[in-house]
Every structure is written in structure tokens, then in C-alpha cells.
Design a protein. Structure first.
Length: 193
């Protein structure tokens, strides 16, 4: 399609005024009843040797003094809790907290076990991970406590612990809970968790 000199002049004035290709396309349809595709308008502007005004000035990337400011770093993500941290919360321990001492479990200062010894009664705690995780859980396994009670444990996707010993109301001793945490942590690390 060929345009008249008057139409070409109108297109040139629109482009000089800073109109975009879509605006030129719209004005051609409204004022001259000429229907062109976006691509045809692009070719028309090129044929008329017109330069579109860029709404965003280009930055010379070779000169770092003209570079736009670097974007601000995002706020640090909240720390994600690992499975062991969730387990500690489940049994009521904080990150560095020790379990609350029961009066009958306290030892006099001269009877504390050495640091390299496990707490009394905790040496018999064994934890195993299931090769096939029970449905509905993130991980599962078995545990045997030092008092001879054994059962099944599982963690769901939210880190909630389930312990089933088959004995209603059973609560392992504080040293056994600590040993369970240590052994579970070691097992999880061995398996890449």
C-alpha cells in the first residue's frame, strides 16, 4: 500500500513527536481509515527512514560510570529449620538448650559423667532408618531405648515427630531423649540429610 505525501508527513510528525509503532498504527486507522499490521507499520517507518524515539535511553555498557545502580540485595531469607531442629522443638528443646532437669535425674557435681562418656542409661539407645519410608511421612525408622522399650518413629513433612512404642503414655528418660537425638542426627547425616 502506498501512502500519499500528506499521510507520509503525518506519520513522520507522529514519529517525531515520540509516538510508538502501536500508536502510529492506531492513528492511521482512525484518521486515514488505513488498516495495517504492526509489522507493516514497522516497515513503513523504516521505508520512510524515520527513527523511533526510545522511551528508555540506552546505557553505554563499556563505561561503568554510566551504569545504572545495582539492584538492592533481597532481604535475607529466614533460616530454614533442619529435621533435627524440628525434632528438638518436638521434645521441647531449643537450639542450644539442654533438657529441663528432673529432680530425680540430677547428679551431685562430683558424680557428673565425663564429657566423653554417654549419659547413664543412654548407651543402649539405637536408632535405625527405614529403607522404605512409611506412607505419609518424610522419614521413618525404629528406636530401642535403654530401658528395653522399642518402637517406631516417623517425621512428617512439617518435622513433627511420631513415636509409637505400643505402650500408652510411655515417655523415654531425658538421657534417652538426648541419645535418641544424637543417634538420629548421626543416622540422618550418614544418609545425606
Amino acid at each position: 500500500m502506498t501512502l500519499t505525501p500528506e499521510q507520509k508527513a503525518a506519520v513522520a510528525s507522529w514519529v517525531a513527536a515520540g509516538d510508538s509503532l502501536s500508536t502510529v498504527q492506531k492513528k492511521l486507522g482512525e484518521q486515514f481509515k488505513i488498516s495495517l499490521t504492526y509489522r507493516d507499520v514497522r516497515f513503513l517507518v523504516d521505508d520512510l527512514e524515520l527513527e523511533l524515539k526510545d522511551p528508555a535511553p540506552k546505557v553505554d555498557t563499556s563505561d561503568v560510570t554510566k551504569a545504572p545502580p545495582a539492584p538492592r540485595p533481597a532481604a535475607p531469607a529466614p533460616e530454614k529449620k533442619g529435621m533435627l531442629d524440628k525434632l528438638k522443638e518436638k521434645v521441647g528443646l531449643g537450639a542450644g538448650d539442654e533438657p529441663p532437669a528432673d529432680d530425680e535425674d540430677e547428679l551431685p557435681a562430683d558424680e557428673f559423667p565425663a564429657d566423653d562418656e554417654p549419659p547413664a542409661g543412654a548407651g543402649g539407645v539405637t536408632v535405625e532408618l527405614d529403607r522404605v519410608v512409611r506412607p505419609g511421612f518424610a522419614m521413618s525408622g525404629t528406636v530401642a531405648f535403654s530401658d528395653g522399650v522399642s518402637g517406631k518413629w516417623a517425621l512428617d513433612q512439617y518435622g513433627r515427630l511420631m513415636l509409637d512404642t505400643g505402650q500408652p503414655g510411655y515417655k523415654p528418660s531425658t538421657p534417652d531423649v538426648q541419645a535418641f537425638q544424637r543417634e538420629l542426627s548421626a543416622q540422618l547425616q550418614r544418609h545425606g540429610y
